[in-house]
Design a protein around this ligand. Structure first.
Ligand SMILES: Cc1cc2nc3c(=O)[nH]c(=O)nc-3n(C[C@H](O)[C@H](O)[C@H](O)COP(=O)(O)OP(=O)(O)OC[C@H]3O[C@@H](n4cnc5c(N)ncnc54)[C@H](O)[C@@H]3O)c2cc1C
Length: 362
């Protein structure tokens, strides 16, 4: 029985020369194929959702307690921070039905804060006319929505993929057997997909290895009062420490408190990757004071290291799938970085599996 679609219907087909072009197939009912999706970020969840909506038996494994991956919200006391993805933009028309459906349900809203860019010491308004979407009340709500009524095993890290006859067995980190599946799809950052795929699919792993991912330190701040700036978000293109500052509190539906999130530049993060979170918070606070003119001591300052934050370069394919092996991979490091790229990659991988499943059952 095909599952209920939560996502505003099927993705419209892309132009054939589009980097995200996928074969959209007309599948009436999916065959009896058991699929495991490793990783409950938005790529894995939309992949799983697309498969489940077509009647495929999908099980998702997620190492963390929460779902959504880097579309994350950290809650501390009454405060909540988007410390990963800040907002997302959508240019690909195939995602338009999702956006409209999510908007109507109140799951996402436009962030209409004033954005500025600092370049060589000069401030100017950021590009206007861009629709910047945020999930409400926090970015993690997107993952929560996509995961609704999917079987997701949380706090379950997949350590190994092993052959089990014609199927694949997933092994957990204390050697526990997580079950066997016809198809296994890794929807995790490329450096985390590599150790899973390399022993069982070396050719696939070789392609995965061409994508690289870079870290970002993010700091979650609460201030007693609003700093003397007119903007709610700023791209700092000339700063040695910070690349971005957002007034988290200016996004729709956020809770109480003057919450802010600065992100460090890639270069600064790499230089300070193994520093303690406390010393990073101190340095980030100094840079934040310099950029905003604020002198107030934060009520709260905690830093989070995203070891695999941003892909660059990405693999030039929307998803990877070896139909003979029944192994595949997706994520923002496939086809296009950022939330939009991850969503498209998840759909593309599901379509690859469905295409194959249809052929097999014909
Ligand atoms: C600091 C920061 C700022 C960003 N800003 C923006 C922005 O403003 N706009 C934008 O569009 N994008 C932004 N991004 C990028 C965006 O968050 C990502 O492109 C997108 O969320 C990636 O989704 P994903 O599903 O591919 O991967 P992920 O979100 O990384 O999901 C992968 C999941 O797999 C899980 N996992 C990993 N290994 C295993 C395992 N072995 N077993 C089980 N589970 C596993 C992880 O816990 C995770 O939940 C930002 C990212 C960061 C970190």
């Amino acid at each position: 029985m095909a599952g209920r679609s939560l996502n505003g219907g099927d993705a419209a087909i892309a132009p054939p020369n589009h980097p995200h072009a996928v074969r959209v197939v007309d599948i009436v009912e999916a065959p009896d194929v058991a699929v495991a999706v490793i990783g409950a970020g938005v790529a894995g969840l939309l992949c799983a959702r697309t498969l489940a909506d077509r009647g495929v038996h999908v099980t998702v494994f997620e190492k963390s307690r929460g779902v959504g991956g880097r579309c994350a919200t950290r809650r501390v006391d009454a405060w909540a921070f988007d410390h990963g993805a800040q907002y997302f933009t959508v240019r690909d028309q195939r995602l338009a039905p999702f956006i409209e459906s999510w908007r109507q349900q109140g799951l996402i809203a436009l962030w209409q804060g004033a954005l500025a860019v600092r370049e060589a010491g000069q401030w100017q308004p950021a590009k206007s006319g861009v629709h910047r979407w945020v999930a409400v009340p926090g970015m993690s709500a997107l993952g929560g929505h996509l995961a609704a009524d999917l079987p997701v095993h949380r706090n379950t890290m997949v350590e190994r993929i092993e052959r089990a006859g014609h199927r694949w067995r997933l092994m957990g980190c204390v050697g526990d057997d997580l079950g066997s599946f016809d198809v296994v799809l890794t929807c995790v950052p490329s450096p985390q997909a590599l150790p899973l795929l390399a022993p069982v699919a070396p050719a696939l792993a070789q392609v995965v290895a061409t994508a690289q991912m870079h870290p970002t330190w993010a700091t979650m701040l609460v201030l007693a009062e609003r700093p003397p700036v007119a903007w709610d978000g700023a791209f700092l293109n000339d700063d040695a420490t910070l690349s971005w500052i957002s007034r988290n509190a200016s996004k729709p539906g956020r809770g109480p408190g003057e919450t802010w999130v600065p992100h460090a530049t890639r270069e600064w993060t790499i230089r300070h990757l193994e520093d303690s979170a406390d010393s990073v918070s101190d340095a980030m606070m100094t840079a934040y004071h310099a950029a905003t003119g604020s002198t107030s001591v934060p009520v709260h300052a905690v830093s989070h290291r995203w070891r695999y934050a941003q892909p660059d370069p990405v693999v030039a394919a929307p998803a990877l799938y070896d139909a003979e092996l029944g192994l595949g991979a997706a994520g923002d490091w496939c086809g296009g970085a950022r939330v939009e790229g991850a969503l498209l990659s998840g759909i593309a991988l599901a379509e690859r599996v469905l295409t194959r499943a249809t052929l097999a059952s014909a």
